[in-house]
Design a protein around this ligand. Structure first.
Ligand code: GLU
Length: 448
């Protein structure tokens, strides 16, 4: 691991000590802190006001019991979380993750990332994350509804369009957002559209929100390639995952003339040398909620590799869009050897620190998640704008806004990295630019 500045190292050690066993949170904090030595050296007021220590401590952490009954009448107890990390720039904002692996460390790493990601969008939103160790896989719609209603019974008191605005993440899509919003509406007896984002189009949702994280990641890649005087036309790409981010990253890559040859889920990957059939992928994942292995049952020319590593597939552009730490140092070295020139994180923290270092040392353009996947939350902020003005915008207008936001984020990261003497380092660029926006607001708002 890269070294930490001597002023920052004790702060990091303290974070590890005060948050035992939360490995992903430590990893996310360390990655940001590795970028900040040069900033604290230049700006002594940050140390004086303990800005880094304050940013690492969530403003509020809520952990609650979520009891619910399955279709057989059996009782289950899950744990719910909402970590309201930082509200210097706006109301808390960030998604909910429903997955059996979720524990406090997951939510804290995601919430911490969200602070800087949201700052990079330039929109007035603070950082938060929430979720539960509930596993929606194999559950009926009724069971999911009962779970969401129980979850919201507690969460509602902590939300509000000016207070905290959740959205989806892994395991939480439009179905769950609907049940959550319905429960909130009943509890509060008001139609407060701006309290949650990712809503359906007929009940306050925004066009492009569904597509925005994947589309945004591809726009970010396009900007990184522009800097290298390259484009996406004719490029062979690999997009891991097969959820919302992967599907719409694939769609935009295909629209821009690239060929996506592989996708995956937690059980294995599909390789289709003719290019992934997007309609089939959508049918399996969005309509049937099935496994990606079913793809090869309907496209016999494609190959399914059970428990395979998708990064074995040669490509020029990779968009890891499944989950955290899905791409390690060995995977990165394989990608580099196979001619990969650009990587953008569609998921949150999919590349391990070893992988990030390998990409950067090899001169691969590496778009870190808090910049590259910020299109989702940015479009959530556009949804909030539409809700506040009781308006709904066209697809074209909303997509144009997203495109501009992604180009602005890219420029900000690129220019910040250059200004601090690390040209082309989007990790440092994103961390420093996001941090400075939050830090400046915290300084202005005083010790609160
Ligand atoms: N879960 C998404 C993210 O990681 C979206 C959050 C939101 O729209 O609030 O950024």
């Amino acid at each position: 691991m890269a070294g930490l500045d001597e002023r920052i190292e004790p702060i990091y050690r303290d974070v590890v000590k005060r948050n035992p066993g939360e490995d992903e949170f430590h990893q996310a904090v360390r990655e940001v802190m590795e970028s900040l030595g040069i900033v604290v050296a230049k700006r002594p007021e940050l140390a004086e006001h303990k800005i880094i220590e304050r940013i690492c401590e969530p403003e509020r952490q809520i952990i609650f019991r979520v009891p619910w009954q399955d279709d057989n009448g059996d009782v289950h107890v899950n744990r719910g979380f909402r970590v309201q990390f930082n509200s210097a720039l706006g109301p808390y904002k960030g998604g909910l993750r429903f997955h059996p692996s979720v524990y406090l460390g997951t939510i804290k790493f995601l919430g911490f990332e969200q602070i800087f990601k949201n700052a990079l969008t330039g929109m007035p939103i603070g950082g938060a994350k929430g979720g539960s160790d509930f596993n929606p896989r194999g559950r009926s719609d009724d069971e999911v509804m009962r779970f969401c209603q129980s979850f919201m019974t507690e969460l509602a008191r902590h939300l509000g369009e000016y207070r905290d605005v959740p959205a989806g993440d892994i395991g939480v899509g439009q179905r769950e957002i609907g049940y959550l919003f319905g429960a909130y509406k009943r509890i509060t007896n008001q139609y407060e559209s701006g309290v949650i984002t990712g809503k359906g189009l007929s009940w306050g949702g925004s066009l492009v929100r569904k597509e925005s994280t994947g589309f945004g990641a591809v726009y970010f890649v396009r900007e990184m390639l522009k800097i290298r005087n390259e484009d996406l036309e004719g490029r062979t790409c690999v997009v891991s995952g097969s959820g919302n981010v992967a599907i719409y990253a694939t769609e935009k890559l295909q629209q821009l003339g690239a060929k996506v040859v592989a996708c995956s889920d937690s059980e294995g990957y599909v390789y289709d040398e003719h290019g992934i059939d997007l309609n089939l992928m959508k049918q399996i994942k969005e309509v049937e909620r099935g496994r990606i292995s079913e793809y090869v049952e309907r496209r016999t020319n494609a190959r399914y590799v059970d428990e395979g590593v998708i990064w074995d597939v040669p490509c020029e552009v990779a968009i890891p869009s499944a989950t955290q730490n899905e791409l390690n140092g060995n995977d990165a070295r394989k990608l580099i050897k196979n001619g990969c020139i650009a990587v953008a994180e569609g998921a949150n923290m999919p590349a391990t620190p070893d992988a990030v270092r390998a990409f950067q040392e090899a001169g691969v353009s590496f778009g870190v998640g808090k910049a590259a996947n910020a299109g989702g939350v940015a479009t959530s902020a556009l949804e909030m704008q539409q809700n506040a003005s009781r308006d709904s915008w066209s697809f074209e207008y909303t997509e144009e806004r997203l495109e501009h936001i992604m180009a602005d984020i890219h420029r900000l990261c690129y220019e910040t990295a250059a200004e601090y003497g690390f040209p082309g380092d989007y990790v440092r660029g994103a961390n420093i630019a996001g941090f400075e926006r939050v830090a400046d607001a915290m300084l202005a708002l005083g010790l609160v």
